[in-house]
Design a protein around this ligand. Structure first.
Ligand SMILES: Nc1nc2c(ncn2[C@@H]2O[C@H](COP(=O)(O)OP(=O)(O)OP(=O)(O)O)[C@@H](O)[C@H]2O)c(=O)[nH]1
Ligand SMILES: [Mg+2]
Length: 249
């Protein structure tokens, strides 16, 4: 089996090198190969200077020509992956790369369609902000209600998905809303997501935290849209059909 680790980064000069080195140092277990796909989302803080010095056969680096949101970076990684699973590894050291081993062990045993790292099962999310904690609980509850699911932490960045499932999802989101579209569509396609406990070391806004209320509102919009089927992908499909000259009926 092969793990495609997707590392999305946007202005992570302080941590990117460390996260890549830690990822390379992970022993994924017997029978696992690895590729690392770094997607730089138009960083302007020196992250690119660090990336440009990296030359290693297991690492490929893609430079977006403009900032296109974290979700688009993940989608870029998915189109490039050659592994049997992808794993999303954030670049800001909030999630420890060494936990990847737990995921590969479980995937090897179960061939699960999707495995998410839950910060709740790992102990209560150590959020430095009460509103983030409440927001996480609310969006998880809403996902579970709308998609008849049983997750404890829908918004986790630590997501591992089997390649065939990933390619079948028809993802359309470009920002943090992809973190919801992905589990929504996995649940809708009848696959069960397994959660495992992970540790999480959140940063403060002063340290670079960027997520906020507008992301929570977008998450709610995304989940409602996914449930009701108003996906931009449908519109794109309609457009493609019109362009192909087919006439309905
Ligand atoms: N904010 C942001 N992050 C991006 C973007 N593209 C890639 N990323 C990376 O996505 C990962 C998660 O972004 P974060 O801003 O840390 O988002 P988060 O972890 O959900 O929230 P906080 O760390 O609490 O702000 C990091 O590794 C970022 O470098 C982007 O356009 N915006
Ligand atoms: Mg973060």
């Amino acid at each position: 089996m092969k793990l495609s680790v997707i590392i999305c980064c946007y202005n992570e000069v302080a941590t990117i090198q460390d996260v890549i080195q830690k990822t390379q140092a992970v022993d994924l277990g017997p029978g696992w190969d690895r590729e690392i796909i770094v997607v730089d989302n138009y960083s302007t803080d020196g992250t690119r200077d660090i990336l440009q010095k990296i030359d290693h056969p297991e690492i490929q680096i893609i430079y977006h020509k403009r900032n296109m949101g974290k979700g688009m970076s993940i989608r870029t990684g998915i189109t490039r992956m050659t592994g049997s699973y992808f794993f999303i590894q954030d670049a800001d050291n909030e999630y420890d790369p060494f936990e990847q081993r737990k995921f590969t062990d479980l995937a090897a045993k179960t061939n699960a369609p999707a495995i998410f790292g839950s910060r709740v099962l790992g102990g209560e999310i150590k959020s430095k902000y009460k509103r983030t904690l409440m927001g996480n609980r609310f969006v998880t509850w809403l996902h579970n209600i709308l998609f008849n699911d049983h997750l404890t932490d829908v918004a986790t960045a630590s997501k591992m998905v089997r390649a065939d499932v990933a390619h079948s999802l028809n993802l359309t989101c470009t920002g943090f809303d992809l973190d919801f579209e992905m589990p929504d569509k996995i649940a809708m396609s009848g696959h069960k997501i397994i959660e495992i406990p992970i540790n999480y070391d959140p940063r403060t806004y002063a340290e670079g935290k960027k997520i906020g209320l507008k992301d929570a509102i977008k998450a709610v919009q995304t989940m409602l849209r996914d449930r009701l089927g108003f996906s931009p992908a449908l519109k794109a499909a309609e457009v493609a059909e019109l362009q192909s000259g087919k006439v309905a009926g």
